[in-house]
Design a protein around this ligand. Sequence first.
Ligand code: ADP
Ligand code: MG
Length: 375
Amino acid sequence: MLPTLETLEEALGGLEGRRILLRADFNVPLDDNGQITDDFRIRAALPTIRWLTGRSASVVACSHLGRPKGQADHRYSMTAVRERLTQLAEGVELLENLRFDPGEVANDAHFVGRLVEGCDGYVNDAFGASHRAHASVVGPPALLPSAAGRLLAKEVEVLSALRQQPKRPFVAVLGGAKVSDKLGVIEALVEIADEVLIGGGMCFTFLAAQGHSVGESLLQADQIDACAKLLDAGAPIRLPSDIVALTPSETVIQAGLNLEPDWRGLDIGPGTAAEFGDLISQARTVLWNGPMGLFEDARFAAGTKVVAQALSKSRAYTVVGGGDSAAAAREFGLVADMDHVSTGGGASLELLQHGDLVGIQALRESTHTGAGQHG
Ligand code: ADP
Ligand code: MG
């Protein structure tokens, strides 16, 4: 069982005046001027923060931001996040970027010691970081009474249910750039889902495995064998039947599956989009991860939009995972129509694939439940 905020409150004999270390995922997108372009990850932690401050706990939040290489780097300072956090929840302390210290990624015991110093309890609400065995994720539960925050608990509940008891038909729609990023989750999903629809850049490695010529499209030649193996095994995978491609003279062409050598496939075709949309509308559970094309370019956004709209209209239980797919859904204004939009890209894929994450395991195994041990 994942310990809840309530069990933490009980373990500490109340939270008033208690200092709680909160690992959040405030890894927000920033523009070139260091301004936050989307604060959804900060807002996603508010239910947990407000629950804690509502019980008069003093909250010390911490997060990583970007990929500073274990040293202070002003481009990744938490200043903008701190300002936004203060606007949304007063009186919450926020530590500097965890990854300014090499001890975070190295899961160094001294760094863990410094993080927990003076704290009475620990809450992990950083779903998007919980697949990483980093100091702030796996260290504190061994030392402090610990709990999962509301966001983490919800993510685990939704994604575990997809694995364990999906309403059928269960349709998974997968896209994105690299097949190597998602082959593991595809292998897991073909065992669980009734249909796995594949678009995005990664469909071309599958199409190449079927002997189609993919031109200049994204192709991971070293993954062709793995894709062929899945297809040969009769996995319930559906590939596109048409493609939108770009020629060297910048002409956009609706093509079949065999592209000229200098064409680049950048979206699923309208026939495929309609077919995927139909399957989504007939489903009772839909998981969508990864855009169907280069949706950042309006010429190649149609496939992703049709899929996102089909999810939004579907009576199915709809789950969106993946940073770019969630961004696409937000851009199309369709987030409110989805049942769950995961805040974690890599973490949601790993949880779907393995059913567990190191950060969740650390909370479950936290042995510090007795009040009076600390503080
Ligand atoms: P997510 O973050 O949702 O998991 P990914 O990170 O795997 O998705 O992939 C998203 C990226 O894949 C987007 O930037 C999108 O433009 C790109 N992409 C999708 N289809 C193609 C394609 N056919 N060719 C090139 N890039 C593509
Ligand atoms: Mg991505």
